[in-house]
Design a protein around this ligand. Structure first.
Ligand SMILES: [Zn+2]
Length: 212
């Protein structure tokens, strides 16, 4: 699995380099985003009554990638997985580092024993990266204002994908799969598209601020 991901990484990066022609074989100008659909394969993540986290995260990551690719210039989007397969946390982070990504966004859905509702976005707790924090705040603002989701805020955690990535990185929780109302939203095409659109909008605003 590790070898295959590595090969995909090389192929993906070679392809990106070629697609950047005729500016240069490997353009440094293009901004590279790695979108990481949490879980996959034998790791289903959180399970609701009708859906599994791995399926929600893949759908939202694919849709967000589409929005970003179609609507922003000079940006390449690479998915850590584009189908239902298991990839370890270290492989995800290594992949982003190998691709020299400028931004890493890991997408997850939440679960709780008791009643819980809303979205939250995490940054690494061991070192403050103002850019990670900026993107996390933009994502939460979008979920709240555009998506009308309950805001649980920006939080800090020592998650492996945040710890092991060399670029600004966030892990975003799009809602509680354990909450029947939110599960219904996460299961719906409308809900998934809205959340993906919020991520795209946050990325768009992030790109604007780094251009200034
Ligand atoms: Zn998860």
């Amino acid at each position: 699995m590790k070898d295959r991901l590595f090969i995909y990484g090389i192929l993906g990066c070679i392809f990106l380099g070629l697609s950047a022609k005729p500016v240069s074989v490997y353009s440094e100008e293009r901004f590279r985003i790695v979108l990481d659909a949490g879980h996959g394969g034998r790791d289903q993540g959180a399970a609701g009554r009708k859906i599994q986290e791995k399926e929600v995260t893949l759908k939202i990551a694919q849709r967000a990638a589409k929005y970003i690719k179609r609507r922003t210039r000079g940006v390449d989007v690479i998915l850590t997985r584009n189908r239902d397969e298991f990839i370890s946390l270290n492989e995800r982070a290594n992949f982003a580092n190998f691709c020299q990504a400028d931004l890493f966004i890991s997408i997850h859905a939440n679960s709780a024993r008791g009643y819980a509702e809303g979205t939250e976005t995490f940054v690494w707790n061991k070192r403050h990266n103002p850019w990670s924090f900026k993107l996390a705040r933009l994502i939460q603002k979008e979920y709240t204002e555009r998506g009308k989701r309950k805001n649980r805020g920006v939080k800090k955690a020592n998650f492996a994908v945040l710890r092991n990535t060399n670029m600004p990185a966030v892990l975003t929780e799009v809602g509680f799969i354990s909450n029947a109302k939110e599960e219904k939203y996460l299961k719906s095409r409308k809900g998934r598209r809205k959340l993906a659109y919020c991520i795209y909008q946050a990325v768009k605003q992030y790109l604007k601020t780094i251009d200034e």
